[in-house]
Write a protein that binds this ligand. Structure first.
Ligand SMILES: [Zn+2]
Length: 126
């Protein structure tokens, strides 16, 4: 098996990948491809697992994935956030009256990470 740049924390349940919103899957694998091309790691730290102080239910409803940004530099952090929000903003979500986002880079108490998210209506077009 060829080595790759995609890994996950031990508490992440891989079965959750079978349950995620398909549009979230597309965005996630775009992220994986970007990281691979730039030799950056993708360490998934959370899909549906319950963390305290969650502000929304995007994780619980399989509409969000967290990825550590520990080994990413600011250039690539800003670039991937810009790219994903440019392409997928319509599928993003966020507080009312604020610009929707499909990816956020933040520290919500568990360390700096990317939070990729989609809204409830996000689906593959036919
Ligand atoms: Zn998150």
């Amino acid at each position: 098996m060829a080595s790759n740049n995609f890994n996950y924390k031990s508490h992440v349940d891989l079965n959750d990948f079978l349950k995620i919103n398909p549009v979230l899957g597309i965005i996630f694998f775009y992220f994986v491809g970007y990281a691979k091309k730039n030799k950056l790691p993708v360490l998934v730290t959370s899909i549906s697992d319950d963390a305290p102080n969650r502000k929304s239910d995007t994780h619980k409803t399989f509409r969000a994935i967290d990825i550590s940004s520990k080994k990413w530099n600011d250039f690539h952090i800003n670039r991937i956030v810009y790219r994903i929000n440019s392409m997928y903003r319509d599928f993003g979500t966020g507080p009312k009256n604020k610009v929707k986002r499909a990816i956020i880079h933040h520290d919500s108490g568990t360390g700096n990470h990317f939070h990729i998210q989609v809204n409830r209506l996000a689906q593959i077009e036919d």
